[in-house]
Each structure stands twice: as C-alpha cells, then as structure tokens.
Design a protein around this ligand. Structure first.
Ligand SMILES: CCCCCC/C=C/C(=O)SCCNC(=O)CCNC(=O)[C@H](O)C(C)(C)COP(=O)(O)OP(=O)(O)OC[C@H]1O[C@@H](n2cnc3c(N)ncnc32)[C@H](O)[C@@H]1OP(=O)(O)O
Length: 365
C-alpha cells in the first residue's frame, strides 16, 4: 500500500470514528466488541497485554475480541473498522440495524421441506401440505440432510414443524404402493435401512431440537417427539399412532421412550390400541411440554424460541449432549430392533391389506 492510500485510509478511519458517534441505535454488544477490537488493532497493533482474570467479564470479552484478530495488519484493521461503521450507518438509514432484525436465510437444495435460519434458529418445515405433509422417501432423505447441516451450522437451536393444516400425516403410504411382488423383500430391506438412518439422525442431533406441532400428527411424526427436547403444540393438534390398525409396529424409539415418558399402561393405549390424544391429553401424559391456543400459537412459540436461542450456544449443546449421552447407546439399539421388526411387518398380509384399504378409500384414520 502506498503512503498516499494509507493517508486516505487514516482520514477515512478518523471520519468513521466521528460517524460512529452519530449512530442513534445501539448496535449491540457483539458489534461493539468487534469495533473495539478493530480500533485497538488499528491504533496499537496486535494484542500484547496480559489476559484479564476469568471473573473480569467485560475486560476479558474485550481482550478476547482484540486477541482474536491475531496478526491482522493495522492497515487492514483500519479498513475493516471503516467498512463496519459504514455498514452500520447504511443499515440505520435503511431503518434496520443488523442486530435488531436479521434476515431469514433460506437453505437451497430441498423440495419437500423448507429450511431457513433466522435469530439463531434453523427451522425445518415439512412442506407437502396438499398431502397433509406425508413423508415420502425424498422427504426422509432431505430431513436427514437438513438435520446433519443444522447440527453443524451457526444456529443455537433447531425447530421441526409443518406447513399448513397438518404437522404431518406420517409415513406416505405411497412408499408401499406400486411395488412388484418380487421386489417386496427389497422394498422392506431398503425401507428399514432408510428408517434406521432417519431415526439415528434424531438420536444423534447435537443441539436442542424443538418440535412445533402446528396441527394433527400421525405415526412416525408422533413417535419422534420422544426424541425431541421440547414439544410445543397448538390446541388443534392431535397425536395418533395407529400402528396395529396398519398392521405395523412402533418405531422412532417409542417402544422404549413412550413407557418411560407416560408409563406403560398409557403407552400401551397409544402404541397397541391406537388411542388418539388431544393436545391437552398429550401434555398431561408428558409427551408435550406446553399447549397454546391456536390463534396465538405461532406468535407465542416463536417469541419464546427467539429468547431461548439467545442463550449461550455451546452451553446448550454441551448440556443437551450430556443428557442424551446417558441413553444414546440404548436408543440406537432400540432403533435397530424396531427397524428389524418393521421390516418383517411390511411383508405381512396385515400390513399389505391395510395399505390396499387406504388406497381403495375403505379406511381412513
Ligand atoms: C422408509 C419407510 C419408513 C416407515 C416408517 C413407519 C412409519 C409409520 C407411520 O407413520 S404410520 C402412519 C401412516 N399414516 C397414515 O396412515 C395416514 C393416512 N392418511 C389418512 O388417514 C388421511 O389422509 C388423513 C386422516 C391424514 C386426512 O384425511 P382427510 O382430511 O380426509 O384428507 P385426505 O385423506 O383427502 O388427504 C389429502 C390427500 O393427501 C393424501 N394423504 C394424506 N396422508 C397421506 C399418507 N400418510 N400417505 C399417503 N397419502 C396421504 C390423501 O390420500 C389425499 O390424497 P388424494 O387427494 O386422495 O390423492
């Protein structure tokens, strides 16, 4: 860089300091720390002062921010400081400071679900409302991918919810349709492999996972609630696991978790005898954390989640993993066993007759 450009840069830097004083809105602690660090780096160079004590929170946060800039040159620090101030000024004049209203970003590459991130929350939304959000093979795979990505992205928590009237009507029964007799075994085998991977992605999910049950939930979408950390439900939601009606058997680790959550007698009513629960019953039985009136459901829940997602991210992840670690091995064993049993069930006459009845519209839940 020439002396001339450095001088301009120094001039801009001084101007930026003046402009900063004119900001009307507080840019938030994170941004203020960034500005502090860049200013120190620009004016004094890399951080060489001794690290403050653990309990001197403010000094330590400032020191950490400055120290994190490592050997960034003073010119570059001046440049970054000036750019940051300029972006704050522009955002304010556009009526939106970055910290006050972050944009929702949509993740690409999905067709059956919508994945977005905003306010440190990654939301995975079932998106086949015209099929009551039934989960077809593509959706199983996309949810596995979305959970994998959400586990690694910058979000603090993840949310799973449905678009439209239903949360989801569970497994898409078309997954069993149009299978030739000589391909039945393969269909069952491949289905069990996919199901095992799908449920494993819930067992292993490393951050708090919250189910926002916006409407009726059926089958696998209900059993998976036992693997979520919090379940919020609209008072319009119902919870139905009609496995015996469909000639099938429980999955999603529900054969182990439901008796733990609600007691064996109540789990039997749901998992053996197809009892459909209202949201209030599901809450009383311990499957649902809290029920909200449908009219205010989205507003109340998202306000609450926004506050939860501003808690320290690493602390939440570590605590979630600690709680899950006590059961993880067991849950994987249960998942394997349930998939083995289901693989056999899918080949049974009881199951095949139930699917045929559904498509002939003789039976609906
Ligand atoms: C890799 C495989 C893993 C398997 C894991 C094991 C999982 C098990 C389960 O999840 S068991 C639960 C399976 N789900 C069901 O049995 C629900 C079946 N659906 C219904 O009973 C009804 O559709 C309803 C009660 C959900 C809604 O009834 P209604 O309000 O009258 O709406 P429609 O029936 O007209 O629905 C509109 C449209 O959507 C189709 N649809 C809805 N749910 C499913 C579904 N789960 N599978 C396939 N198709 C579904 C329905 O057929 C209608 O289609 P149409 O307009 O007639 O073409």
């Amino acid at each position: 860089m020439t002396t001339a450009t450095m001088q301009v840069s120094q001039k801009d830097f001084e101007k930026a300091q003046e402009q900063l004083k004119l900001l009307k809105k507080d840019p938030g602690n994170e941004t203020k720390l960034k500005l502090y660090a860049l200013f120190k780096q620009a004016t004094e160079g890399p951080c060489n002062s001794p690290k403050p004590g653990m309990l001197d929170f403010v000094k330590k946060a400032k020191w950490d921010a400055w120290n994190s800039l490592g050997n960034l040159s003073q010119d570059n620090a001046r440049q970054k400081y000036t750019e940051l101030v300029s972006s704050l000024i522009s955002a304010e004049s556009a009526g939106q400071t970055k910290d006050a209203s972050p944009e929702e970003s949509r993740h690409g590459g999905y067709e059956t679900i919508i994945v977005t991130t905003k306010n440190n929350i990654t939301k995975i939304m079932f998106n086949r409302p015209e099929r009551k959000n039934a989960i077809n093979h593509q959706m199983y795979r996309e949810i596995i991918k979305a959970l994998h990505e959400a586990g690694k992205d910058d979000s603090t928590i993840a949310v799973i919810t449905g678009n439209g009237e239903y949360y989801t009507s569970g497994n898409d029964l078309n997954n069993f349709a149009n299978v030739k007799p000589n391909e039945m075994e393969k269909m069952a085998k491949d289905g069990a492999v996919l199901l095992k991977e799908f449920v494993s992605s819930f067992i292993d999910f490393p951050k708090p996972l919250i189910a926002v049950v916006n409407g009726p939930a059926i089958g696998i979408s209900v059993t998976l609630l036992g693997l979520c950390d919090i379940v919020y439900a609209s008072d319009r939601a119902t919870f139905h696991t009609p496995f015996s009606q469909l000639g099938q058997s429980p999955e999603g680790c529900s054969s182990y978790l439901f008796p733990k959550i609600m007691g064996l007698a109540k789990a039997n009513e749901m998992l053996l005898f197809n009892k459909k629960l209202t949201a209030a019953q599901a809450c009383a039985w311990g499957l649902v954390t809290e029920v909200f009136p449908d009219g205010t459901f989205q507003k109340e829940v998202w306000e609450r989640l926004k506050a939860y997602a501003s808690l320290p991210k690493n602390s939440l992840a570590v605590s979630k993993q600690l709680l899950r670690s006590m059961e993880k091995e067991k849950l994987h064993a249960v998942n394997s066993k349930e998939c083995e049993v289901l693989k056999e069930r899918w080949l049974s006459d009881e199951c095949l007759n139930a699917i045929v009845s559904f498509f002939q519209r003789k039976s609906k839940l």
